[in-house]
Design a protein around this ligand. Sequence first.
Ligand SMILES: NC(=O)c1ccc[n+]([C@@H]2O[C@H](COP(=O)([O-])OP(=O)(O)OC[C@H]3O[C@@H](n4cnc5c(N)ncnc54)[C@H](O)[C@@H]3O)[C@@H](O)[C@H]2O)c1
Length: 380
Amino acid sequence: MDRLRIGIIGVGAIATDEVHGHIPNYKALDDVEVVAISDINGRRAQYVADRFDIPQVFTHFREMLSHADVDAVSIATPNFLHSPIAVGCLEQGVHVLVEKPMALTTSEARRMTAAAEASDKVLFVGMNNRFRDDTRALKMMVQQGTLGDVYYAKSGWLRPSSLGKSSSWFTSKAQAGEGPLWDIGLVMLDLSLWMLGFPTVVSVSGAIHVPQQTSKQATHLVNAFDESPYPVEDSATALIRFEGGRSLLLEVSTTSMLSDVDDIYLRLDGTCGAAELHNPEMRKSNEVLRVHGELFGTRMEFAPVLPTSGVPSHQRELRHFVDLCLGREQPVVTPEQGLQGVQVIEAIYRSAELGHAVSLPLDDATAGSEETMQSAEATA
Ligand SMILES: NC(=O)c1ccc[n+]([C@@H]2O[C@H](COP(=O)([O-])OP(=O)(O)OC[C@H]3O[C@@H](n4cnc5c(N)ncnc54)[C@H](O)[C@@H]3O)[C@@H](O)[C@H]2O)c1
């Protein structure tokens, strides 16, 4: 096969965005045809089909699988539907790109991995940040040993004043999992684990903060309380310990008052050097990546000139997924890595709830209930 027929399930923001969206980026590839879309919101689906000239429109993914003859799908629905829809597609012999998070429980993620193995189809988790020019450059430095043995990482995403309305699915426990830890927290966790080479996690200690409606409240927070109490956390922090003594400190906030723009960072400390990666809004564009080390016995610090391909990370990610499905590449993101991310986020919430560190793997009793899976399946 040298061409791929693709269906998109869930055609909201990330499916349709002109720069980052799945549909525009697939349409830019000459060995791909977007043949069908499916969205529970029929009017939205028809609007998107007209806008992008997509011939077949459905309101249920199973109808799409029965009628549209797709080789692969992108799943870009609310989080709680990722697992049941992915399993449904894999069981029908269709390759799957599922947006992050892969799933909301370890059990769901395991089911997906098993379905991919049984069908021998691609299961790819959308981690577009691994496809950025700067993160790829840093990963290469780590792989080449520039920093020596990286024993510590610290990463975070601090977002100012963006507490979502509690009417959005992003702040619904049932649909999003919980709060921003599943969203921007997972992105930074995945990047950090990737840089560290996905070492085995031994324990996780987490804390979350759920905002309360009080008379003393910064004005930018007041508008978020269209319901009370606020349903999910606005910030979280975690210490993750790995086999062999390495560790990661992770923090996330959607109510940071430290800056007017998002502060997104990743720091790596190694036995031969250290590196810091920041978003361009927080540093001059030529200082996004800074490396500290030693040369000829002297301390030195430099800002590498990063490659500037101009290719957006999502476009590179989708190119990679298509090449995977066509058997041309090895996966940059494996299902097992997606599963590890899910396991750690689940453990952070569990630890926060219990008030002490938890060991991984979580036992089955804490790793997602059958009831939750069945309810998501029914909705999908
Ligand atoms: N990788 C990234 O950069 C990135 C960015 C944004 C969102 N995301 C992820 O993409 C997913 C979607 O986010 P979004 O911002 O596009 O959300 P959105 O709310 O804009 O879109 C979701 C769409 O799914 C549809 N939908 C709901 N239930 C459905 C069902 N049963 N079958 C088919 N369609 C259904 C909704 O009608 C809506 O059109 C989330 O999981 C999110 O975490 C990833």
